[in-house]
Design a protein around this ligand. Structure first.
Ligand SMILES: O=c1ccn([C@@H]2O[C@H](COP(=O)(O)O)[C@@H](O)[C@H]2O)c(=O)[nH]1
Length: 273
């Protein structure tokens, strides 16, 4: 998917919501455990109820890998279901990969070619030759971890390396990579006050912003400091939406939560006109 397609989709739906499919067998409604593939059934219920309210879905790969072959099959079914029924929706494999170039190429093939995701999250720690193999795929997007939402972000990411903080160095250096136009960045909603500085370095890039909802980040603050002329934001909520109810009405409850966020996003978009 091109960035232009994503921007048009955001304006059409008046939403820049990404719903996280962090599907946990211990949290999904009990009745689904009787299904042959409870993870897929849960995801299908969430997608059917919420697809008109969001522009992206982000399965976190850990929740699938934890179940071995069964989990991987559920992931495969989920991405096929999305691509077949909602091809306009931007899909993010939250896999946080990255390795020496030869290996990164295999990760890229696994998620971009085999599974047909539109994007993947990648850790920047191993540098240029670990990231460029992902960037080589046309109309696929590599979402680099810049400033993450967790407390541990302060251990390394905000520490100075020479003149600037490590996350700033990640932003600035990655802009010099081949096919850098295919880059997006993860910035946690819990770090909204950093967004002004981040926008000085990457004014035009899309930011994937996790951390509203369960982690307490503020949508309003993220929009205030992070929005650009193309909106430039995909704001993710996982648990806050998909576990709004733990019983048979889980999909309706998820749609209600997603609808509230979409309304707030619409208000922001109208005001920014
Ligand atoms: O900095 C980061 C990077 C990734 N995540 C992931 O996003 C979701 C957030 O889930 P919530 O339930 O909305 O808190 C989850 O998959 C994380 O692994 C992040 O939170 N922060």
């Amino acid at each position: 998917m091109t960035t232009e397609d994503l921007v048009a989709h955001i304006h059409r739906k008046q939403s820049f919501l990404c719903i996280g499919l962090d599907t946990d067998l211990e949290k999904i409604p009990q009745h689904l455990l009787e299904e042959e593939d409870p993870i897929f059934e849960f995801n299908k219920g969430i997608i059917d109820a919420t697809h008109h309210l969001c522009v992206a879905y982000k399965p976190n790969i850990a929740f699938y890998e934890a179940h071995g072959v069964k989990g991987w099959k559920a992931l495969e079914k989920t991405i096929h279901y999305l691509n077949k029924n909602h091809p306009e929706i931007f899909t993010i494999a939250d896999a946080k990969r990255g390795d020496i170039g030869n290996t990164s190429t295999r990760y890229a093939k696994a998620f971009f070619e085999n599974l047909q995701f539109d994007s993947i999250t990648v850790a920047p720690y191993m540098g240029k030759d670990s990231i460029e193999p992902f960037l080589a795929f046309k109309d696929k997007h590599t979402i680099l971890l810049a400033l993450t939402s967790n407390q541990g972000a302060y251990d390394f990411q905000t520490q100075k390396t020479g003149e600037e903080e490590l996350y700033m160095k990640v932003l600035r250096t990655s802009k010099t990579y081949k096919n850098a136009e295919n880059l997006m960045y993860v910035v946690g909603a819990t770090k909204a006050s950093f967004l002004t500085g981040i926008r000085r370095v990457v004014p035009n890039s899309f930011l994937l912003v996790p951390g509203v909802g369960a982690q307490g980040g503020s949508l309003q603050e993220v929009c205030k400091y992070g929005m650009n002329k193309d909106v430039g934001l995909l704001v993710n909520s996982s648990r806050g939406i998909i576990y709004a109810s733990h019983t048979t009405d889980y999909a309706i409850a998820a749609a209600e939560k997603a609808g509230l966020i979409q309304q707030q996003m619409q208000e922001v978009l109208l005001k920014s006109k």
